[in-house]
Write a protein that binds this ligand. Structure first.
Ligand SMILES: [Zn+2]
Length: 158
């Protein structure tokens, strides 16, 4: 996919959105030394292993391994595409983002594609549930079936 928003504009919008401020809208961050820590919004936990570096403008979770910059955080938590996340951030920081940059990103998902995406997300959850909560041998067949299903689904996206 060709990215039509000029890189300078992306940099500008990213710089205008401090990662600490953006993440603070979602979770409570506490400053410890040079970094901020909080409970990870991407996996369940009782002790904060989600860290945010204001210097590097990145986040990293030591629990589930998720990490990235302010744009990837917004993509992940709001379930947005890269361009949508940039637009979301531009709205937040009051940066202008001409419509033609956004429109040239190609069509958004059709409802059929959205259904497949939803099914993928659902089966992914089920797959993890099966892996976590069932006995090995007995449910191996189910697991394999779901694995095949996932493979078929992911093929339609690649
Ligand atoms: Zn995490």
């Amino acid at each position: 996919m060709v990215n039509r928003i000029p890189q300078e504009k992306i940099d500008e919008i990213t710089q205008n959105n401090n990662i600490v401020d953006v993440i603070s809208d979602y979770i409570k961050l506490t400053k410890k030394g040079r970094n901020y820590f909080g409970l990870c919004p991407f996996h369940g936990e009782d002790t904060p292993s989600f860290s945010v570096s204001p210097e590097k403008q990145i986040f990293h979770c030591f629990g589930c391994g998720k990490g990235g910059n302010v744009t990837s955080f917004v993509m992940e938590i709001e379930n947005l595409s890269f361009v949508e996340a940039i637009k979301h951030l531009a709205d937040k920081s009051g940066d202008s983002l001409p419509d033609e940059w956004i429109r040239q990103q190609g069509p958004s998902y059709s409802s059929e594609e959205q259904n497949i995406l939803d099914a993928y997300e659902w089966s992914n959850k089920l797959f993890h549930h099966v892996l976590k909560h069932t006995k090995d041998g007995k449910d191996a067949l189910t697991t394999l079936k779901i694995e095949d299903f996932l493979k078929t689904l992911s093929k339609s996206f690649n």
